[in-house]
Design a protein around this ligand. Structure first.
Ligand code: NAD
Length: 269
């Protein structure tokens, strides 16, 4: 059994860092051409380094600067991708941020920034991807599905998170966005799923693993007793995007070392 994404084109948002970079490399190693999206000029070097790893390993792709919370930029990213690669087969809605605050001190700017990237960004990219999937239709030389969307959600789509109301609200909403799209476009053979990471070692949560004390405290929440790596998410993303997962749609898959079994109850609560 082989995971193959040959002849397919994947847009991976926020692919210059962390989980997005892991997913971009996994999809490329399965044969997809990958659009390594990054948000600004500042992240260009990182995006180019990810693309270099892909091409050094024999893969194909480009870097593409686009702020996913900006409608004009998202529309242009999809138009340019279709011009250069012919179509889009896979969207990985990964870009995400945190702006943490005690709720009563949370500013509207903090709220809007997180909702803008984590939810509106996923809406804008999914809308452009689905339009392109429907325009192209099913092409069995690429995939037996018309298109695949994978939302990168979080364990916080089901675990409430004090001090992070904007982030938890954005991820809870992503779950309903994902299920609604799977329902609305199932008959068109468009598959839509979410991956819900637990604690993955990336810059977004550096405070939680960069000291031994913080790491020990984090591990006390994870029965499997290790922090996750971007590759753990990349492996599942490649499988989910492939035809091997053709009957999987409308669901959230947790990749969390059993964090969602609530370790604190392991001794009876
Ligand atoms: P990260 O900070 O390493 O990566 C986030 C990426 O998103 C970066 O490449 C960043 O440049 C990009 N980004 C931010 N704003 C953007 C914008 N407006 N337009 C385009 N790109 C933008 O963090 P990560 O941990 O790799 O996070 C990736 C995703 O995984 C996020 O959606 C995050 O919520 C989710 N997640 C992470 C963890 C974890 O433990 N690391 C757990 C659960 C969910």
């Amino acid at each position: 059994m082989e995971i193959s994404l040959r002849n397919q084109v994947a847009v991976v948002t926020g692919a210059s860092s962390g989980i997005g970079s892991g997913i971009a490399k996994s999809l490329a190693s399965a044969g997809a051409a990958v659009i390594v999206n990054h948000s600004s000029e500042r992240s260009l070097d990182e995006a180019q380094a990810v693309l270099k790893e892909i091409t050094d390993a024999g893969g194909n792709g480009i870097t593409y600067q686009c702020d996913v919370s900006r409608e004009d930029q998202v529309i242009k990213m999809f138009q340019d991708t279709v011009s250069q690669f012919g179509t889009v087969d896979i969207l990985i809605n990964n870009a995400g941020i945190q702006k943490d605050s005690k709720f009563t001190e949370m500013t509207l700017d903090q709220w809007n920034a997180v909702i803008g990237v984590n939810l509106t960004g996923q809406f804008l990219c999914a809308r452009e991807a689905i339009k392109e999937f429907l325009r192209r239709g099913i092409d069995p030389s690429r995939s037996i599905a018309c298109g695949k969307i994978i939302h990168i959600s979080s364990v916080h789509e089901i675990i409430p998170w004090a001090g992070h109301a904007n982030y938890a609200a954005s991820k809870g909403a992503v779950r309903m966005l994902m299920q609604t799209l799977a329902q609305e476009y199932g008959a068109d053979k468009i598959r839509v799923n979410s991956i819900c990471p637990g604690a993955i070692q990336t810059p977004i949560n550096k405070d939680a693993w960069s000291t031994q004390e913080a790491l020990s405290s984090l591990l006390s929440l994870i029965p499997y007793n290790r922090i996750g790596q971007p590759q753990d998410i990349g492996n599942l993303a490649a499988f989910l995007a492939s035809d091997l997962a053709d009957y999987i749609t409308g669901t959230s898959i947790f990749v969390d070392g059993a964090m969602t079994t609530f370790e604190s109850f392991s001794t009876g609560g």
